[in-house]
Write a protein that binds this ligand. Structure first.
Ligand SMILES: *Cc1c(COP(=O)(O)O)cnc(C)c1O
Length: 232
């Protein structure tokens, strides 16, 4: 019984992944982009390590997690040559652990966190999260109007490891509009800071739009692994 359900899960994930890859392929073609210009991050949050193992078997090497405990555990259990991405809200006391397992942090949005990362023996690379909800300062991310100053105030070693911008499209906004704004912002930032050229935008519901608008990293969970019981 057990092996039968395991095979079913493999088939399920494999078929979902094939569909996502097909949609990615079409969007890349529309955008006249090469496949190499895009990294697919499989968001494994709330799913068991066995699912991540299946994705590894299917050739994926980039995995995303929102919570430190979960990422720390799965990265240990899975081993292998995996690039782990932390994309949840950063909590100061978790920074030593996060920097231990995550190669990329997509959610840098506080200078105090940058200083704390700086004290860690393993420095990740960073995407600076942008908050596109002007009326919701409680949301994660630096507001667009404060981004230049935030980047200017980053400690030098953190600045050197800042590789891009990240955003989540607001629920009440067309993804096309949000990602169009991010593309403009990214071009502006890149003009002054050539190293900050990445663009981590696009999830299950909007990744095609993100690809059209120049995403370099898309973070996809439910389209590959199915719906989560609890949203994180
Ligand atoms: C959960 C999550 C994702 C993946 O979302 P799906 O809709 O399941 O693809 C991507 N980015 C962030 C920041 C998330 O929290």
């Amino acid at each position: 019984m057990r092996s039968e359900s395991a095979i079913t899960r493999l088939e399920e994930i494999s078929s979902n992944l094939a569909q996502v890859n097909e949609r990615i392929g079409i969007a890349l073609k529309v955008a006249n982009r090469q496949a190499e210009s895009l990294t697919l991050i499989a968001v494994t949050k709330t799913f068991p390590t066995s699912d991540a193992a299946i994705l590894y078997e299917l050739g994926l090497r980039n995995f995303g997690e929102n919570r430190d405990e979960e990422g720390a555990r799965k990265s240990q259990e899975l081993g292998g040559e995996i690039i782990w991405h932390f994309q949840g809200q950063v909590q100061s006391r978790k920074i030593p652990s996060i920097s231990h397992w995550a190669r990329y942090v997509h959610s840098l949005d506080e200078l105090s966190h940058a200083s704390k990362f700086l004290q860690q023996p393993n420095l990740p690379e960073f995407f600076i999260q942008v908050n596109l909800e002007e009326d919701r300062p409680d949301r994660g991310g630096v507001r667009a109007g404060e981004l230049d100053r935030f980047i200017g105030d980053l400690p030098e070693e953190i600045y050197a490891r800042a590789v891009g911008l990240m955003a989540v499209a607001p629920i009440d906004q067309e993804a096309d509009m949000a990602f169009g704004a991010m593309a403009t912002l990214s071009a502006r930032v890149r003009a002054n800071h050539p190293g900050i050229s990445g663009l981590s935008i696009g999830m299950s519901g909007d990744f095609e739009s993100a690809i059209i608008h120049g995403a370099t990293h898309i973070r996809i969970g439910s389209s590959i692994l199915g719906s989560r019981k609890a949203l994180t």
